[in-house]
Design a protein around this ligand. Structure first.
Ligand SMILES: Nc1ncnc2c1ncn2[C@@H]1O[C@H](COP(=O)(O)OP(=O)(O)OP(=O)(O)O)[C@@H](O)[C@H]1O
Ligand SMILES: [Mg+2]
Length: 316
């Protein structure tokens, strides 16, 4: 009998040494270790084919692991599958085929599948969160693509899971609906649901996630608090538009490692936001000393997108 490891402080999902080799020999996951904290929103980022869906599908029992373990709430996903699966809601990446079934019946049925008794109040609540209440009696096939996606989320929530996986929830969804979904995710978080989402819209992770994990070629290359990640890796830069063209950066300014644009009209200075001082005052002082004048200055901080591209490229 599997011993159950549990407690408020324990991760809601604990993945250890997880590997997956598909039939044919492709290694989609190479010893993944990952803990998901109770109540957090975790953004799993990675390029196409990195292994995100494979990882999610293993936790949800759709794909068999080749090695390693996964515990959900302290229960092993293989030996206690029914127990772990009922705690999880999954919104899959692929939209399933259309049905004539109505929205509300789809939710009722899904709830029953996980062994939960009827609860119309809960179903109403979920449909309202996702702005589907007025569509509750529509057949699914009569809904738009974005609405179908929302139905999938509602369905995944019908059995009151503690953990919700959203695999590319907003792919092909318009801006307004995307914002609605983000609000729904925030609301779920406030109700204590743990959310793990994969996305190609880095902006989505930037907006929602408490922590971010980056996966590439089947390996987790980084897991970090989003804010810390952006603070540590979010380089700031100062751009100076020069009054007169400059051919080269004078030696007296070499310690600032300035970049001169090709047209000689712009100098870029990278500085560290963690440092005691940024060096900007020194820079401006020394520029004046070198007789370089500028007529405009601008600062910019790198986005999560730039950080992500940087990380994934380094790992190539
Ligand atoms: N059933 C399968 N049989 C063989 N190889 C597979 C199978 N499913 C996935 N793969 C391979 O495993 C790798 C990881 O696929 P996965 O779907 O997990 O990636 P992903 O990170 O979700 O990508 P995307 O961002 O495109 O959704 C890919 O190279 C894929 O071709
Ligand atoms: Mg995928």
């Amino acid at each position: 009998m599997e011993r159950r490891i549990i407690g408020r402080m324990h991760p809601v999902i604990s993945i250890k040494g997880l590997t997956k080799t598909y039939a044919g020999g492709f290694e989609a996951l190479k010893s993944v270790d990952l803990d998901i904290r109770r109540g957090e929103i975790f953004g799993l980022l990675g390029p196409n084919g990195a292994g995100k869906t494979t990882l999610i599908n293993i936790v949800c029992g759709i794909v068999n692991p080749s090695g390693g373990t996964v515990h959900v709430d302290g229960y092993d996903i293989v030996s206690e599958f029914r127990r772990t699966r009922s705690r999880i809601g999954l919104v899959p990446q692929e939209l399933p085929t259309d049905t004539f079934e109505t929205v509300v019946n789809t939710l009722r049925f899904s709830r029953g599948m996980f062994g939960k008794g009827p609860d119309e109040a809960h179903i109403e609540h979920v449909l309202k969160i996702l702005s589907l209440w007025d569509k509750k009696d529509s057949p699914i096939m009569a809904l738009s693509g974005g609405m179908k996606r929302r139905v999938l989320i509602a369905k995944a929530l019908s059995h009151e899971p503690d953990v919700l996986f959203l695999d590319e929830p907003t792919a092909g969804v318009d801006v307004e609906l995307r914002q609605d979904m983000w609000n729904a995710v925030e609301l779920l978080r406030s109700q204590g649901v743990t959310v793990i989402l994969t996305t190609h819209y880095i902006e989505e992770a930037e907006q929602l996630a408490d922590r971010v994990g980056v996966i590439n070629h089947g390996e987790i290359i980084l897991v970090e608090e989003k804010n810390k990640l952006m603070r540590d890796l979010g380089k700031k830069q100062l751009m100076l538009h020069l009054y007169e063209e400059l051919e080269t950066v004078p030696d007296s300014l070499s310690r600032f490692a300035l970049e001169l644009s090709e047209d000689g009209r712009e100098l870029t200075y990278h500085y560290d936001t963690r440092g005691e001082h940024t060096g900007i005052t020194d820079l401006i002082h020394d520029l004046r000393g070198a007789g370089i004048r500028f007529n405009d200055l601008q600062t910019e901080q790198s986005s999560l997108e730039e950080i992500f591209v940087d990380l994934v490229n380094k790992d190539r």
